[in-house]
Design a protein around this ligand. Structure first.
Ligand SMILES: [Zn+2]
Length: 251
């Protein structure tokens, strides 16, 4: 595609300039601009890993990556709708007020932003997040970030100047209105801290500053350190030894 193939329309979808017709998904784009006056760009694509989650019906809403929680919050799935029909903008409308990115069931993904690069990078973030989630699920374990930590990360939005369209829902046990807040799955028990307290209170050094570590449950040989929360931390050398031992026992 080259720039001369593009066309412009007004907010009713009437063509203003260009030789070609607008995208068949124009109605979805226009609906986003109507619902979100702050949005200046919409990106719609079919990135394969994120679309795999959309096909499997698995939203990307678990508290797993700090940068995703601070930027997009959660990535829900808009219900399936026939592409290019009026159904699709209807399906998107339910989530677009509170989310800058979403999956479209059995179809693809949608992101928005104050400019086209911001929307584009959010699309890249969703696909990156989907890849990491896929690998973690293949490995058979996802260590979720605690709700307390999720709320702390949300507090960082202001300091980074991130203007999220809605807050993360405070309590996941209550029925959620996904037009008002972002549903994030996070355990309520206090867990490890990734960032210092944003309220400016004195706090422990971030867990990640202590060096490279991995959490491995009950595996021998004996780990070098066991934290109070039951998490086992290993050095690279110990981790390599564990992997070598596991490979030997497979043979
Ligand atoms: Zn599409």
């Amino acid at each position: 595609m080259t720039p001369d193939m593009m066309c412009s329309t007004d907010l009713e979808g009437r063509k203003i300039q260009g030789d070609r017709d607008p995208s068949s998904e124009m109605l979805m784009h226009l609906e986003v601009y109507r619902q979100r006056p702050d949005v200046q760009a919409v990106v719609h694509a079919h990135p394969p890993i994120a679309t795999g989650f959309a096909v499997a019906g698995i939203p990307l809403d678990r508290a797993v990556l700090a940068e995703v929680l601070t930027t997009l919050g959660s990535i829900p799935i808009a219900e399936y709708a026939t592409p290019s029909t009026r159904e699709l903008p209807e399906a998107v409308r339910k989530y677009i007020k509170a989310h800058d990115g979403m999956l479209l069931a059995n179809h693809g993904a949608l992101t928005v932003g104050t400019d086209v690069y911001s929307a584009y990078y959010k699309m890249e973030t969703i696909e990156h997040f989907a890849k990491i989630s896929l690998v973690a699920r293949l490995l058979g374990r996802e260590n979720l970030i605690s709700r307390e930590e999720v709320m702390r990360l949300q507090g960082l939005r202001d300091s980074y100047g991130i203007k999220a369209p809605a807050p993360i829902c405070a309590d996941e046990d209550l029925p959620q209105d996904q037009a008002a807040c972002q549903v994030v799955q996070a355990p309520t028990s206090p867990g490890s801290r990734l960032v210092p307290d944003v309220l400016g209170q004195p706090s422990d050094p971030p867990a990640l500053a202590r060096g490279t570590w991995a959490s491995f449950g009950e595996i021998s040989p004996k780990p070098s350190a066991k934290a109070d929360d039951g998490e086992i931390r290993l050095t690279y050398r110990e981790l390599s030894a564990l992997i070598e031992e596991a490979i030997r026992s497979l043979r």
